[in-house]
Design a protein around this ligand. Structure first.
Ligand code: PAF
Length: 294
């Protein structure tokens, strides 16, 4: 392998000061900056976001920070997979220019007392089963966007509600950044890539691979004009037979403002998605599938 030039070598910043020194130099030479926030444990899904940011901008920054404020005390903050050395190698080979990996005290110094609450779009779906979640996400993403000051930031559509929460926050707070959603990257059997897939046993992994098939066939039936309540009932039965431990939610909602569709055929004028959160073994998995419009 040929030695990397200083320009193609991934830099690592651990403080806002070091981060800004790099980003400000790029911006003052007229270069645009793309940003991908992550919690590390990077997989091809994250790397597709980095590649999209690289296509959309001259320089790319990715953050690695496992954000404590988006986990409830009973959730997996302490066991969340962490492997910074591997993450940095993956970022380097995906064309990222700078990794921002702050220690917790850089993000939440003593005395920190501010939080961001995005109202309606944070309610329902994940906001119902994880009431702490979107406040933690909005607060950390607001901080990260203020720290990096990117031109564009890319978020995956797997966390579709998160994407809408961030778009709403950026619009409401007049934050000078374009938010772009990127398509879900899937394993060969269609399972949406997630850092939490690493928790699954072999049997659980087989069950997890059925979720996307169930929601995609629900979306197909909806696009053929089937009644939403019939499709939801059949979907719940299919999940039970697939061996899912618990269904947190299975819902059809508008993809613009998350208005639920409970019955009747889908209005073809309103783009909709099937949303799922299910517990397989002890692992909570989420996914969503667009209803094709005629
Ligand atoms: O999607 C994630 O990985 C996290 O919620 C994010 C956006 C990095 C905030 O911690």
């Amino acid at each position: 392998m040929s030695p990397l030039s200083a320009d193609s070598q991934l830099g690592v910043a651990r403080t806002v000061k070091a981060l800004r020194a790099r980003v400000d130099a790029w911006r003052s030479s007229g270069q645009s900056v793309g940003f991908v926030p992550t919690m590390g444990a990077l997989h091809d899904g994250h790397l597709s976001l980095v590649r999209m940011a690289a296509r959309l901008s001259d320089r790319t920054v990715a953050s690695i920070f496992v954000n404590p404020t988006q986990f409830a005390p009973h959730e997996d903050f302490s066991s969340y997979p962490r492997n910074e050395a591997q993450d940095l190698e993956k970022l380097q080979s995906s064309g990222c220019h700078l990794a921002y990996a702050p220690p917790p005290e850089q993000m939440y110094p003593p005395g920190f007392q501010t939080s961001i609450k995005v109202e309606a779009v944070s309610q329902g779906l994940c906001g119902e089963s994880r009431p702490h979640f979107f406040g933690g996400v909005a607060t950390v993403v607001c901080k990260l966007l203020n720290q990096v000051r990117p031109t564009v930031a890319v978020f995956g559509e797997k966390d579709f509600q998160q994407l809408l929460v961030i778009k709403r926050m950026v619009r409401d707070l007049d934050m000078p950044v374009e938010i772009v959603g990127a398509p879900i990257v899937r394993e060969a059997d269609g399972l949406a890539m997630s850092s939490r897939n690493a928790y699954l046993s072999t049997d659980e992994r087989a069950t997890a691979g059925k979720l996307n098939k169930i929601i995609s066939s629900m979306a197909d039936r909806l696009s053929e004009g089937a009644d939403a309540s019939d499709v939801l009932n059949d979907g719940r039965m299919a999940l039970e037979s697939a061996g899912v431990s618990r269904v947190d939610y299975l819902e059809i909602r508008s993809e613009t403002d998350l208005t639920p569709v409970l019955y009747g055929p889908i209005d073809p004028a309103i783009p909709a998605r099937v949303f799922i959160a299910a517990i397989v073994g002890k692992t909570r998995l989420i996914d969503n599938w667009p209803v094709r419009r005629a």
